[in-house]
Design a protein around this ligand. Structure first.
Ligand code: F6P
Length: 401
């Protein structure tokens, strides 16, 4: 390998600049020149038409702020297979040849990973550095920790306003059809209820939990204050297994429905029950909150941070993991191991797995849900007993969120 391209793709997230910088710095140290392939697969497809691409020389790489989320390399959501051009793979290969690029470090999630597998099967040498704030790959993916920390911080911050207004607050977060970030962010901030796609939501159960905790808090408070915090994943499913889907949200360029409307739906379901519940008037009176026609039921309000959960600054963990994943990808590429996804650097071992396997979707383990149900968090179902098996660990354990 003399020259490599660094490409980032899919939804951006924390730690990606760590990947770009780590890959560039490791390449430079091996005497390989790293280049940015701008704007993901769209840029790769159009490489042939570019006059110049940026080399991440040691000085240029030094200017990349690894702590900033997002990617200096830029992103697009383009499935190469779907490009309406019978010569697309030749065009990509010619573009790479034009700049003398021997192989690619590709950082992306499941969709971008599947494109990477496609390119690899077309004979392009590439290694996948896993990234997705959704955390739904088999490996830990850069971006997850940053997002979990942001969600936890938002829930914590929202508590101040929720507590002041005695409100039930619903925070809707990205994550598509996996609930990892809603789950871990919610747990980290002591959310009362966490609604994830892996557990179809029974709103009667959420309502009962909410009513007891919310009024319990207020009635036990010496200043009659309380709140109830719900984190809902955008991919929420109702008890009958159907998705909440807002037609007006449209589809992205990978062809996926953009998810929207989960928090609004939760608000509606809870408000409906508050209005229909004959005990609410009495509880509001006990809480000294009741005012005829003005304040008869508590408010259920939604907040949708959208891209705020994946922008700004990266967590320290993601910068570390990102740099190592980028560096590991270059080491593998350089010694000819391609078509693989980085698991991580573990001491003197660079661990990887076959990309086809790594991009298989991983969902929240319902045993983990049961652990937190045993501790009182509501997941919108009848709590299931946690039945642990006890096992003595041997050696070092690699575990991800
Ligand atoms: O896959 C990452 C992700 O952040 C999802 O959680 C979210 O649904 C989607 O990307 C949003 O993507 P975009 O920024 O393209 O709207």
């Amino acid at each position: 390998m003399k020259k490599i391209g660094i490409l980032t793709s899919g939804g951006d997230c924390g730690g990606l600049n760590g990947v770009v910088k780590g890959a560039a710095q490791m390449a430079n140290s091996l005497g390989i020149t790293p280049y940015v392939i701008p704007n993901g697969y769209a840029g790769l497809y159009n490489l042939i038409d570019m006059d110049l691409i940026t080399a991440l020389t040691p000085d240029r790489a030094d200017k990349i702020n690894a702590n900033l989320a997002g990617s200096e390399a830029g992103h697009s959501r383009v499935k190469v297979k779907k490009i309406d051009d019978p010569k697309k793979y030749e065009r990509i290969k010619e573009g790479m040849k034009k700049f003398g690029i021997d192989g690619l470090v590709i950082s992306g999630g499941d969709d971008s990973g599947s494109v990477m597998v496609d390119l690899y099967e077309q004979g392009i040498k590439c290694v996948h550095a896993p990234k997705t704030m959704d955390l739904d790959l088999q490996t830990y993916s850069v971006g997850g920790d940053s997002t979990v920390n942001k969600i936890a911080a938002y829930v914590e911050e929202l508590k101040t306003t929720a507590n002041t207004h005695n409100r039930i607050m619903v925070l809707e977060v990205f994550g598509r059809y996996a609930g990892h970030t809603a789950f871990r962010g919610g747990i980290a901030a002591d959310a009362d209820a966490i609604l994830i796609p892996e557990v179809p939501t029974n709103f009667d159960i959420v309502y009962k939990h909410m009513k007891e905790r919310f009024f319990g808090r207020i009635l036990k408070s010496d200043v009659l204050a309380g709140q109830y915090m719900i984190v809902v994943a955008e991919g929420l499913k109702t008890a009958d297994g159907s998705e909440i889907y807002d037609e007006s949200a449209g589809v992205d360029s990978f062809g996926h429905k953009k998810l929207a409307g989960a928090a609004k739906y939760v608000c509606q379901e809870l408000t409906k029950r508050l209005k229909a519940d004959p005990e609410i008037k009495e509880l509001m009176k006990k809480a000294r909150m009741f005012v005829e026609k003005m304040n008869e039921i508590p408010e259920v309000r939604s907040v949708v941070p959208g891209h705020l959960v994946r922008c700004g600054h990266s967590s320290a963990y993601d910068v570390n993991f990102g740099k190592e994943a980028g560096a590991a990808a270059v080491l593998l590429l350089n010694q000819g191991t391609v078509g693989v996804t980085i698991v991580g650097i573990d001491g003197d071992k660079v661990r990887y797995m076959e990309s086809k396997k790594a991009i298989e979707q991983r969902h929240v383990d319902l045993n983990q849900v049961a652990v937190y149900e045993a501790m009182g968090t509501c997941f919108g179902r009848t709590p299931q007993a946690y039945l642990p098996k006890f096992e003595k660990a041997e050696g070092r354990i690699t575990r991800h969120l």
